[in-house]
Design a protein around this ligand. Structure first.
Ligand code: C5P
Length: 401
């Protein structure tokens, strides 16, 4: 997003208060932001907040009533790399669908050369109304991308579809549309990702699991999807959510369930990124009833789980690229190299619990990547979303070689 020019149009709905967060997210990701507001939107969010956060003057009227300065809508249209209108009210939607032009935002829409995205927000009955749905269809036919409203509590007190997509979702969609054109090597390629822990049941209430948060795999899924890849994420139990709604998420609990899904999907995937912390063992027997504490000592027999990544490596074609992870407590490089070979990987992402801030449950990670040509690249300690970018960028370079 660094240096990308985002024009943000704000219309008059209660969801406008969330736009402050969206501007912050855009600025944090390195984008340049300019905002235009409909006159009605300033009842919901102050132009002072918008101009302060965006670090640019805000356009509201065609000209400044004090000094006559003209706000040039054509210039806005030429300046932007992407135009996002959020929140989009039913009123502005209907005007856009019909080509009306009675304020600066609408004139800018008609002058826009860049891709336009909209995030509608309204009450559930307004959103469901045939007119609104027809107008949204019209916008889509005109080449606008609609970020669908979400379901949940609405300002009216009612509950239903109509809430503006959360700022994180809007940001992911902006990144997706900006990157799409540039990442031909990933565009429309299918990627299979595993993430999270597996839970191996002992009885109906207990399981053997681990501390994997799933963060790494989820952020890689977001990153690849924002570059145009078609991502299927097979996830063990985690609190994580994907930011990009184009990602298909398959929830599983055990290694056996994960394996079944991988066996179905790997043959039709271009790339596999296996970041799940799969339990190596599962209980030999699963008790039907809760185990009672009537013995001083209890032993549980464990049996090996399938090595899912090894299976994928054994069934890899020349057209497929496979990436694994290794978390080691000692002899990282040597163990990593062994895994790379035995699992037939293209590259392996290495991390150790010995690095502070790396590994399980934390927000940061410190990785090295070892590839099948014996190249080793070491990375700094970074937030996992940044690490995901490094891994995807390594994948791109690896594919281009
Ligand atoms: O052999 P080890 O478990 O250390 O290898 C880690 C890598 O193998 C990770 O990429 C993990 O997702 C994958 N793996 C797997 N199935 C297993 C064990 C590990 O896919 N049963």
């Amino acid at each position: 997003m660094r240096g990308k020019r985002i024009l943000l149009g704000i219309t008059g709905g209660i969801a406008a208060y969330k736009i402050a967060f969206l501007i912050r997210l855009l600025k944090k990701s390195g984008a340049e932001v300019k905002c235009i507001m409909t006159p009605a939107s300033s009842d919901f969010i102050s132009p002072v907040v918008v101009s302060t956060l965006s670090e640019n003057p805000v356009g509201i009227e065609f000209w400044d009533k004090n000094d006559g300065t003209w706000n040039n809508h054509v210039e806005y249209g030429l300046w932007a790399d992407l135009f996002i209108i959020a929140p989009l009210t039913a009123n502005t939607l209907s005007k856009m669908a019909n080509g009306s032009c009675d304020n600066l935002l609408l004139a800018t829409y008609l002058s826009m050369r860049a891709k336009t995205l909209v995030a509608p927000a309204m009450d559930l009955d307004m959103y469901a109304h045939a007119t609104t749905q027809r107008n949204l269809k019209q916008l889509e036919n005109d080449g606008v991308h609609v970020i669908p409203a979400e379901s949940g509590a609405l300002a009216s007190g009612l509950e239903g579809e109509g809430r503006m997509a959360e700022p994180e979702i809007i940001l992911a969609s902006i990144e997706y549309h900006l990157n799409r054109a540039f990442e031909a090597i990933l565009d429309r390629r299918s990627v299979l990702i595993t993430a999270g822990p597996t839970f191996e049941a002992l009885d109906p209430v207990r399981f053997i699991g681990n501390h994997s948060s799933g963060k790494m795999g989820y952020r890689i899924a977001d990153e690849l999807s924002s570059m145009g890849a078609e991502v299927i994420l097979i996830s063990g139990p985690t609190q994580q959510k994907v930011r990009n709604r184009d990602i298909a998420v398959i929830q599983v609990s055990t290694a056996d369930q994960m394996f079944k899904e991988v066996q179905k999907l790997w043959p039709m995937s271009d790339f596999g990124i296996f970041s799940a912390a799969v339990a190596d063992y599962k209980p030999k027997e699963q008790e039907i009833k809760k185990i009672k504490k009537n013995k001083e000592e209890l032993s549980i027999d464990l049996v090996r789980n399938p090595d899912i990544l090894k299976w994928a490596g054994d069934h890899k074609s020349n057209q497929q690229t496979l990436v694994g992870f290794a978390l080691e407590t000692n002899d990282l490089l040597e163990n990593g190299r062994k895994k790379l070979i035995s699992k037939n990987l293209d590259f392996i992402v290495l991390n150790t619990l010995q690095d502070k801030g790396a590994g399980f449950g934390v927000d940061t990670n410190k990785i090295s990547i070892l590839d099948s040509h014996n190249n080793l690249e070491e990375f700094e300690l970074k937030p996992k979303a940044e690490v995901a970018k490094d891994i995807v960028s390594y994948l791109k370079t690896y594919l281009e070689k």
